[in-house]
Design a protein around this ligand. Structure first.
Ligand SMILES: [Zn+2]
Length: 656
């Protein structure tokens, strides 16, 4: 899924991001209230497995009114006397049946409980059908089912978007990532002036008379609940075909577009790029998982897109958005995060799909800009991890954090590529994720094991520092090559590092450094940090070094603060030498404190006399402070500063 604040969005005030966030905030507070209830009810849902769903609904393109039924084939995992679904309370239940026998139900507080006439015994498959009608979304806020207008091309669409907990907004359901449906039919009845896009293959369009038609879509492959979707509007169909090199046939890309001639004119180039992007991913990730069905796009007035299985919903046809959502067909749909804590599986990889698209089909320069932007956005979250903490796993704003799950997630995958023994092994690992976890769920831990097996080395530290760990490292690189002290044959490097989060202070990812020489070609060396302050001696074979470039290809998510060239011999450089100035010395009435590090300074300065008695304590709340010394007598003192990972101790003379 991708929600974008874009120029198009500003033209659609109904769907602005802030309203979406407000809506989510309200929803979350009500969900927290019901969480204990939902927990006990979800135990009820664990008593059955979902096998098949047949959705048969009549809809229109002027509001979100629905009527019809949903029918499930379920397998009882234990003896069942209650079947529990989540379902909005905004509609009317007409009747329920289990195995074609009318049954009693209870419907309240987003819960629908259906009671079989006789207990369904463990191991038995059974059918359950629910008839209902009503307007599940009378408020019009963005939720499971929507009816909105694209004002640029003047087209109204009824469409669904059910990630992450919103299938229940329009369908009685079990919202469990681990219980994939084996197959699904979506039969949607509309006026004959409308077309309906959905999952799987369009098996038939049945003429019903009275100006009504039924679009009969059949998804033969397993599908996760939140990827069930339809979009209904006065679409125009415009199809293209992809020809992946690893497939003998062509694959249909079926597009349901806004029915406005200007739309085709505006998007000619975007449409021409669909097949090349599709063919690129078939080569990089393995054959498209639903090559025997189709891929497609249905245009919906949404600010971004949603990766509905075999038919993406798109707000517009931008190639970067097409690339992101298409990558999801492999990462998100074919293999799915095992819990929302591992949303990186979906959004990190889809975001990295954008980088791969740029690298192969635009230019390396545009891919570099994409990754630099990922780093920039990741660094806006110095105290958070890609992995979603359990406490936040219901919070959709945290799950779909653009800075963390998307941008930092993409940067983490780029580093996995860097740490792989070769580029080809990186793509072997990506393909292995697809084959090993096909039609199933996968965790970040599973991805770690795949990279370890493919490369024959540990990725434990990397995942602990960059996936589970918070923030990113700050680095200072100091170098020295002085013939009078070290001799020209050695380059002495000192790397100083600390983490942006106090919970994650040491990063051990190997770092590339390009060494430039006055008379010889550049050379790239690799250093492997293992402690906060570390000295590396590099043999440069008597060549004079003219300068260093840190991480020249920008592989690593970090923040390099300084490269420092010094001529005197240094064993250990203290950070405060770079960041803190304290003076004048001697001082009389005032002492000036100045901090120039990467963050805002908060700490304390204390002055002790020579017998160790504390004579002054002063809280420092900003990067520039003037500390009054009026009350102190002339003499020698020790000044100690603590704050921002720094500890400084210095002799100070006060004169009066
Ligand atoms: Zn996405």
């Amino acid at each position: 899924m991708k929600k974008i604040i874009s120029v198009i969005l500003t033209l659609l005030p109904v769907l602005c991001w802030s309203q979406f966030v407000d809506y989510e905030t309200n929803k979350l507070s009500s969900e927290k209230q019901f969480k204990p209830v939902l927990k006990s009810l979800s135990a009820l849902q664990n008593k059955f497995d979902q096998k098949f769903i047949h959705i048969a609904l009549a809809v229109n393109d002027t509001n979100t009114y629905v009527s019809g039924s949903v029918k499930y084939k379920l397998l009882a995992k234990s003896n069942l006397d209650t079947v529990y679904f989540e379902f909005t309370t905004n509609v009317t239940i007409d009747s329920t049946q289990i195995n074609e026998q009318n049954s009693v139900y209870y419907y309240s507080s987003d819960s629908l409980l259906v009671f079989p006439n006789v207990t369904i015994e463990q191991g038995n498959e059974f059918w359950i059908q629910i008839w209902y009608h009503g307007n599940p979304n009378p408020t019009g806020f963005m939720r499971g089912i929507n009816n909105t207008t694209n004002t640029v091309y003047n087209q109204i669409v009824t469409w669904t978007l059910s990630e992450s907990f919103h299938l229940k907004d329009w369908l009685p359901c079990k919202q469990d990532l681990t219980d994939r449906l084996d197959s699904a039919w979506l039969f949607i009845t509309v006026d004959s002036s409308l077309k309906v896009g959905s999952n799987g293959m369009l098996s038939q369009i049945t003429q019903l008379g009275n100006g009504k038609v039924r679009y009969e879509w059949k998804e033969h492959h397993p599908i996760v609940y939140y990827l069930l979707s339809f979009a209904a509007s006065k679409y125009v169909e415009h199809n293209v075909y992809a020809h992946p090199s690893n497939y003998s046939d062509s694959i249909l890309i079926q597009n349901y577009l806004f029915n406005n001639p200007q739309f085709l004119i505006d998007n000619t180039w975007n449409i021409s790029q669909m097949a090349p992007i599709f063919e690129l991913y078939c080569a990089q990730f393995g054959l498209y998982p639903w090559a025997d069905e189709k891929f497609g796009h249905a245009l919906c007035p949404v600010g971004g897109g949603m990766e509905h299985q075999t038919m993406t919903s798109l707000g517009y046809l931008d190639t970067w958005l097409v690339a992101h959502e298409l990558t999801h067909q492999w990462y998100g749909d074919h293999i799915t995060c095992a819990s929302w804590q591992d949303i990186w599986i979906n959004e990190g990889f889809a975001s990295y799909g954008e980088y791969l698209y740029a690298q192969e089909l635009v230019s390396q320069a545009s891919a570099d800009v994409n990754m630099a932007n990922c780093h920039k956005r990741a660094k806006l979250e110095p105290n958070k991890s890609v992995y979603v903490p359990f406490a936040d796993s219901w919070d959709e704003n945290r799950i779909f954090s653009s800075n963390l799950s998307y941008k930092k997630g993409s940067a983490v995958i780029h580093m996995l590529r860097y740490l792989s023994n070769s580029d080809s092994l990186f793509f072997v690992a990506l393909k292995q994720m697809q084959t090993q976890y096909a039609d199933s769920v996968i965790t970040g831990e599973d991805v770690k094991h795949i990279f370890e097996n493919v490369n024959g080395k540990s990725f434990e530290d990397f995942f602990n520092q960059y996936y589970y760990g918070e923030g990113f490292p700050f680095y200072i690189l100091i170098w020295q090559q002085d013939s009078t002290i070290t001799g020209l044959d050695n380059l002495k490097l000192q790397l100083v590092q600390w983490g942006s989060s106090s919970n994650n202070q040491l990063f051990t990812t190997p770092l590339q450094i390009k060494v430039s020489f006055t008379e010889n070609p550049d050379s790239v060396i690799v250093i492997q940090p293992s402690q906060s302050v570390q000295i590396f001696q590099i043999d440069v074979n008597n060549n004079k070094v003219s300068g260093l470039t840190f991480d020249p290809q920008n592989w690593v998510l970090d923040s390099l603060l300084y490269i420092y060239h010094i001529s005197q011999d240094v064993e250990q450089i203290e950070l405060d030498d770079f960041f803190i100035t304290l003076g004048p010395n001697p001082a009389s009435d005032n002492l000036n404190f100045k901090y120039s590090g990467p963050d805002n300074f908060k700490g304390i300065i204390k002055l002790y006399d020579l017998s160790g008695r504390e004579m002054l304590s002063y809280n420092i709340m900003s990067n520039n402070e003037v500390i009054p010394l009026i009350k102190l007598k002339a003499g020698m003192y020790i000044a100690e500063i603590n704050g921002n990972h720094l500890q400084l101790s210095r002799k100070l003379i006060i004169i009066k």
